[in-house]
Design a protein around this ligand. Structure first.
Ligand code: NOJ
Length: 505
């Protein structure tokens, strides 16, 4: 690297760190969990090995030219090496998901012994290295057979099938898994998969941006979300009745949470921001905490918003022991009707929400501005409006071009800024209990395939062996976790200077 760019990065770190209050791992509660995450389709590969069958994500990725998860990081074969990397790094927890079609290839019915063995081995490996597993049951990968049979999440039949899948997972893995997330980022999953056609199974109404083979953007997101809440509640009820007293774990739902802040200090923008919060957070959190949808949504959507029966409302209310938060960036909100500077967000849910969202950063979907104050705002809002629920930040991280340098200084700055925000929130009374970097290693990305990545380990996807190399962020996180890095001191700068890009810890 040229001396000038080295000096520039050095200067950026000096400036960035001088704005952060000093903190270390020890400033967080001892039982707070610091981890990193991946998901099955994005990490495992081995897509048609040992009895696994296609999920809607296989089908979706094979219909676009952004690559696919057939091999991904080859985690299915290299899990032991990856757990070793995690342990060397000092990771306290690892969040991963279970591929439904690896475990139950037909979506319901017989268990695949090889799939079962893989997850048992992975969990055992994690435990033997003192790493806490955090398991997500559903991460965009519905069995294709269930999509074909009845349309997946838009049909109530999913509730029974999802609960039966969860039952197998609790029974088989529950002695060693204490943290369960039922559905990954359920809010944006419903929007992007059933309204925008952006993520699997890719449903949307006909529009000029994306060609979906099926869908109705004005009804399906609400229907899918309703069934997700019911499926989550049903799995949670089962866990509490059948497993909790013995296994002593917790079960939660995760939502995607943008930071939201009024564009101006006008009353109008304040009201618009509250409306955005009702739509983006309240849609799932109001039912989970209070048993029904926000009245603002009921008013706007009328008969397009499904209704909970009294019994369902009782079952959904209180069904989450914690709230999982997926957070990346912040938007300013203003009271201009139904649009955004992302054209893709101008139909379905975002149109219904009826506010204008302005990115705090570059207007590309992949250039997310680090706005730690936005996360602090989310945590404060949840504390005040939803009875201060226990929270896990299940994803936070920075996308960069996949082949950019191993010296990922912007990612280090991003992560340390957000960890600082979590600490501030805790000091202000938020019951946040864990923080997971997305992602542990470069994976097959949901929106961008192999072109951008978030990993703390670089993966060479052209190498048949999928060689891993630590980035600066891996060294930084490791130093932070083992207490050799104090965030606001000169330590980060020292680390950056010493980083050769090839070292282990
Ligand atoms: C959202 C999803 O949970 C994950 O699959 C995705 O790769 C990351 N966040 C980044 O977009």
């Amino acid at each position: 690297m040229k001396p000038f760019s080295q000096f520039f990065i050095f200067l950026v770190i000096v400036l960035a760190t001088s704005y952060i209050d000093a903190f270390t791992r020890n400033d967080f509660p001892e039982d707070f969990l610091f981890g990193a995450a991946t998901s099955a389709y994005q990490w495992e590969g081995a897509a048609d090995e040992d009895g696994r069958t296609p999920s809607v994500w296989d089908t979706f990725s094979h219909s676009y030219d952004t690559g696919n998860g057939d091999v991904a990081c080859d985690g299915y074969h290299q899990y032991k090496e990856d757990v070793k990397l995690m342990a060397d790094m000092g990771l306290e927890a690892f969040r991963f998901s279970i591929s439904w079609t690896r475990l139950i290839p037909n979506g319901r019915g017989p268990i695949n012994p090889k799939g079962l063995l893989f997850y048992k081995n992975l969990i055992k490996e994690l435990r033997s290295h003192g790493i806490e597993p955090h398991v997500t049951l559903y991460h965009y990968d519905l069995p294709q057979s269930l999509e074909d049979e009845y349309g997946g999440w838009i049909n109530r039949k999913i509730i029974e099938d999802f609960t039966a899948f969860a039952d197998v997972c609790f029974r088989e893995f529950g002695d060693d898994v204490k943290l369960w997330t039922t559905i990954n980022e359920a809010t944006i999953f419903a929007i992007a998969s059933y309204g925008e056609g952006l993520t699997p199974p890719g449903h949307c109404s006909p529009n000029k941006f994306i060609n979906c083979s099926t869908g109705n953007s004005s009804t399906e997101p609400y229907l899918a979300a309703h069934n997700m809440l019911l499926a989550h509640a049903s799995a949670s009820k089962l866990y509490r009745l059948k497993y909790k007293s013995k296994q002593r774990g917790s079960i939660g739902l995760s939502i995607f949470a943008f930071g939201l802040s009024p564009y101006t200090n006008s009353k109008d923008d304040e009201i618009a921001t509250q409306r955005a919060k009702d739509f983006l957070f309240g849609w799932m959190l109001k039912p989970l905490v209070f048993g029904d949808y926000p009245s603002e949504m009921k008013r706007t959507l009328g008969s397009r918003l499904p209704v909970f029966s009294e019994e369902e409302s009782e079952q959904v209310k209180g069904s989450s022991d914690f709230v999982g938060i997926i957070h990346y960036t912040t938007f300013y909100v203003t009271n201009r009707a139904s649009a955004s500077n992302f054209p893709i967000m101008n139909q379905g849910f975002f149109k219904d929400m009826g506010v204008y969202m302005i990115s705090t950063g570059n207007s590309s979907l992949f250039e997310w501005e680090a706005t730690p104050w936005g996360l602090e705002g989310v945590l404060e809002h949840l504390k005040q409006s939803y009875n201060n629920p226990p929270i896990y930040i299940l994803e936070n991280g920075k996308p960069m071009k996949h082949d950019s340098m191993l010296q990922d200084t912007p990612r280090v700055e991003y992560i340390q800024g957000y960890i600082g925000a979590v600490l501030n929130a805790i000091k202000n009374g938020s019951d946040t209990r864990g923080y997971f970097v997305w992602s542990m290693i470069d994976v097959y990305e949901l929106l961008s395939g192999y072109t951008t990545s978030f990993g703390m380990y670089y993966v060479n996807f052209s190498d048949p062996g999928r060689k891993r190399s630590p980035k600066l962020s891996a060294s930084w996180y490791s130093g932070f976790l083992n207490g050799t890095i104090d965030v606001s001191s000169q330590d980060t700068i020292q680390l950056q200077r010493k980083f050769s890009g090839s070292s282990s810890f």
